[in-house]
Structure formats: C-alpha cells, structure tokens
Design a protein around this ligand. Structure first.
Ligand SMILES: [Mn+2]
Length: 279
C-alpha cells in the first residue's frame, strides 16, 4: 500500500489558501492529512475553515500556540493593559462571532504532540517542541542540538510547524526532520524568495520506505482572501492587508497594535463582549 500523507500547518485563518492546498493535495493523491496547529487568526477564516477540514480524511491534529491563545482569551487570562492581549481578545471575539462552540472543544482536546507509525516508520508530530508549542528553539538556523529535542530512540521522522518555513534536516543521529511551512503565513528573510503561495508537504511511504518528500507551494487568489477579510469585518485589517500583499506581518509591533486598538476602540468592544470584564 502507498501512503501519501499531506502535512498541513499554520493555516492562520486563511481559508482561500487552505482550499487551494486541499485541491492540490487531492490532485497529488493524498490518502490522509495531518494538521500541525495554528488554525485560526489573524486571518478571517472561521466556520469555513472547519468546513474545509471536514472534507478531508484528517487523522492527526495537534495544538499550536495560536490555538492556545484563543483558549486563553476565552478563559479570561488576558487583561486590557497589554496591546497584544487586547489584540488577541478582539480577534478571539471576531472568531467567536461565527465559530460554533463545539469547535472550541475540538481545539481544547488536541494534544501538544503525538506519535504515529505508518507502515513501520515511526513519526513524532508536534507544532513546535513536543512539550512546548511556543518559543524560538526550532528556528531554521538553530543548532542541531535544539532539533534533537524533537527526537528520541523511538522516532524515525519528526514533523513540526510553527516557524512558517519549509525545512528538511537531520538530527545528530541521522533521523529526519520535516517542516511543511505555513499555509496562511509563510515567512521570508531573503527578498528574492518571497511569494504569495500557500505551503505544505506530502510524504510518500511505500513498502516501509519513505520514497518521496514534496514541498509544495500552491498559488491562490490572495486579493480575494483580502476582500473576504474586509467583507467579514476582520479587525486589524491594515495588518492583514500588509500580510497578504507584502507577506509581512507586524504582530510584534506594539506601537502599531496600540495605535489600531485606539483607532477602532477595540478595548470597548472586548470589554462589552467578554463577561469577565467589569462593565
Ligand atoms: Mn504559527
């Protein structure tokens, strides 16, 4: 039997990109799909993302740090002082204005990591490190000893997402490490490599051998995706416009976040929406 596993990661609310990735994976003959987390936000996708994921045989899903941010915002962990926490609260409000509540239970029940054996090959699957879905330990230029944290004696191949860059490398003992890149939010440092495509990977296994690893970069209508964001009233739309058109996301620009929070009165929105704030 031939297994063709499509590895999807870091959708970040981009349903237009996800739809094209699924079409491409179907054309490639994918037999199953694994999802490495960071499903929603900062893009506009909500129930439409879940609907797309229901059309494919998804056999693995692990929880990313943005998935945890949604849960933390809903659980009242964030306050109204930090501009980033206000942003996460306002975006979670946007998400919950459409998303059915049982999909939050789905996020909550996802493990941080899991293992799968496919035709004798043993995979370790996580968003970032198996016990920590945030941080910068696995940036692509880091030392091999960091990447060894993905591996143990029972792992032949580790797959992870989170850094939004496609990667193929080895642990110090020779195990394989694969990152499929990001569907909704690829990052680029080298300008000539910038493009607007949605990234994912397909791993092919035949007779207990890994016979192919493909890194796909799928074109999609990013202007239509931006239009969808505007139609849906996505908050922080200026930042999404820059992400879609320039492939640049200023999520850590606290000054810009403060400015937009003030401009659109997002504090008033979240204070009114979440019942754990004083009215
Ligand atoms: Mn991510």
């Amino acid at each position: 039997m031939i297994h063709k596993i499509a590895i999807l990661s870091d959708i970040h609310g981009n349903a237009t990109g996800l739809a094209e990735v699924i079409k491409d994976a179907q054309k490639q003959g994918a037999t199953e799909y694994w999802l490495l987390g960071d499903i929603f936000l900062p893009g506009p996708g909500r129930n439409d993302i879940v609907a797309l994921l229901k059309t494919i045989p998804l056999s693995v899903a692990v929880r990313g740090n943005w998935d945890d941010c949604v849960l933390e915002a809903l659980d009242g962990i964030y306050g109204l002082e930090d501009p980033q926490e206000i942003q996460l609260l306002r975006m979670t409000q946007y998400l919950m204005e459409d998303l059915e509540p049982q999909h939050i239970d789905w996020l909550r029940d996802m493990p941080l990591a899991c293992k799968r054996e496919v035709d004798g090959l043993r995979f370790s699957i996580s968003h970032h490190l198996p016990d920590k879905n945030y941080g910068s330990a696995l940036q692509v230029t880091n030392d091999t000893e960091n990447f060894d944290r993905l591996l143990d004696e029972e792992t032949d191949i580790a797959v992870y997402g989170h850094v939004h860059k496609q990667l193929l490398r080895y642990g110090s003992k020779g195990q394989q490490i694969i990152n499929p890149g990001s569907i909704g939010m690829p990052y680029f440092n080298w300008p000539a490599l910038k493009n607007h495509r949605a990234q994912y990977s397909i791993i092919e296994i035949e007779n207990s051998e890994m016979v192919d690893i493909r890194f796909r970069k799928v074109p999609y209508d990013y202007e239509a995706e931006l239009e969808l964001a505007k139609e849906n009233g996505l908050p922080f739309i200026e930042m999404y416009e820059e992400l879609r058109r320039e492939d640049n996301y200023q999520g850590h620009n606290l000054e810009l976040l403060s400015q937009l929070n003030k401009k659109y009165h997002y504090i008033d929105d979240v204070r009114a929406y979440f019942d754990f704030f004083d009215k």
